[in-house]
Design a protein around this ligand. Sequence first.
Ligand code: GDP
Length: 193
Amino acid sequence: GAEVVLVGRSNVGKSTLMRELTGKQFSTGGKPGVTRSPNHYDWSSEDFVLTDLPGFGFMEGVEADHREAIKTDIVRYIEEYADQILVGVVVVDGKSVVDIIDRHSGPDEVPHVVELFYLFEDLGIPAVVAVNKMDKVDDRDDRLDDVCDRLGLLPPWKQWQDTVAPITAKRGSIEPLTEAVRTHLHDAGRDDL
Ligand code: GDP
């Protein structure tokens, strides 16, 4: 059936966000790199499935080749189920995402976050970047402009509110994300849901 998928590096607050979206408990801060399989949940207020894909990127105690395997599995899942994925949500940590992207950008390197964002777009799946932990970000507009810039979206970020959604999952402040997702469901003709 129709699904919305969530991807993100470990520790960006994906479990916290899942808890807000579904009303269910998720183990946060647990041992990373263990949950390899996608988990499916009903989005409490909507009629589709929310799929939590494993966290990727650096995790303490997880070997580099295992980390790569996790990322490869995520890409495979998205490609395999592209037809039924209505929206792809890339969750990032607003405090560190720009630094992480810059650190991993180079002639032969595309940061995972950027790669996944374009994977969704290439597959015709609308992507929303949930910029989490905004409570820790002081220069809000500048930071969000930088996020847009790194994704190839021309700032100011306010022009991209269907794509860039600043949230603070920990405080349940996730309205920009649910609004952005709803916009895409509406565009896909799913506003009957
Ligand atoms: P996951 O690994 O992506 O599932 O991340 P978790 O949901 O386990 O969260 C990782 C850490 O970030 C935990 O300590 C959370 O309490 C914290 N966290 C999650 N959301 C927010 C947020 O909006 N603001 C702040 N400051 N911390 C958050």
